[in-house]
Design a protein around this ligand. Sequence first.
Ligand SMILES: [Mn+2]
Length: 375
Amino acid sequence: MTLRLLHSADWQIGRVFSQFEPDDAAALFEARFQAVERLAALAVEHRVDAVLIAGDVFDAQTVSDKTIRRLFNAMQGYVGPWVLLPGNHDAALAESVWTRAHRLGAIPSNVLPCLRPEVRVVGDRFAVLPAPLVQRHTYGDLTDWYANAVTPEGLPRIGLAHGAVQGVLPDDIDSANPIAADRAVTARLDYLALGDWHGSKRIDDRTWYAGTPETDRFKANDSGQALLVSLAGADATPEVQPLHTGRYRWQQRDIRLAVPTDLDTALDTLAAYAGDDVVQFRVSGTSDLSGQRRLQHGVDSARARVRALVYDAQDLRLEPTEEDIEALHADGYVGEVLQQLRDEQSGPEAERARDALVILARMLDDLAERPSVKT
Ligand SMILES: [Mn+2]
């Protein structure tokens, strides 16, 4: 009978998104529990034999008791086995988030945290070989023991580990924690379920990163998924199908303003963002004041529509045109200040000069709009 597993990882429950405004940060915090609820529903829908979570279930050892309890509540929709592995963020220290969860009595009987590297048979269907991190960083390969691990005859051997497959991933991964690239072969595993890399990624036929079920950073390609793994029998190659689980779409956009149509591109891009987008929007290059005004309007209106938006115009240089300055009615002393700020944008105080220029332009604008006031 086909063994079906749902492979997930890097839930990072309790993650605080302090780079965003508080209401947006709270929604992103909540979204991680909702992703677990969706995983439970998928586990039921696909009638899996177990759900495997390859580490970093919790984002930190210090998450609140309430967060711990809420996580296990979010798992209630699926009553089959959940096999949980500590990662670098929630390592199985002597005193850890796991020992606290245990003391709280929060862990249901169908949830199996694997705090020790020992074979466990799950539901008489397969043997899992967990390689829990017991500290945040290790420099030895915690999956070394797999090769000599004895598992019951006839049961699939499923590895569960958290770390960096050597020689395959770019080096900006979360932590050291090396895993040999050929581990599935050398340890005769039917499947090796990995975590730490936040996008879904195939290493070989039997070795996959699931990625995080809810994206949590801008650089995480193919995140927001879980893997449905089907093993038809002994020696069969696993069939691995990504299932969509994520809600929010994290996107980063850099637009350089050089020719007039670049501003249209920027405005069109902003206008296309929708409610579940989490956006980092950067502009650089140069703009005149009227362009800057339209851009700011586009940003403000997008900000009120999307989940979260971070706007970075640090490298945008303002070049007021003669028309801009004329429209501001800035002659005499104010006109000189304006010219000075314009020039200072290429000096050491560039950022302050640009900010001052924007503020001054806005004030002059406001004054110009009031008919009774002459500048
Ligand atoms: Mn990790």
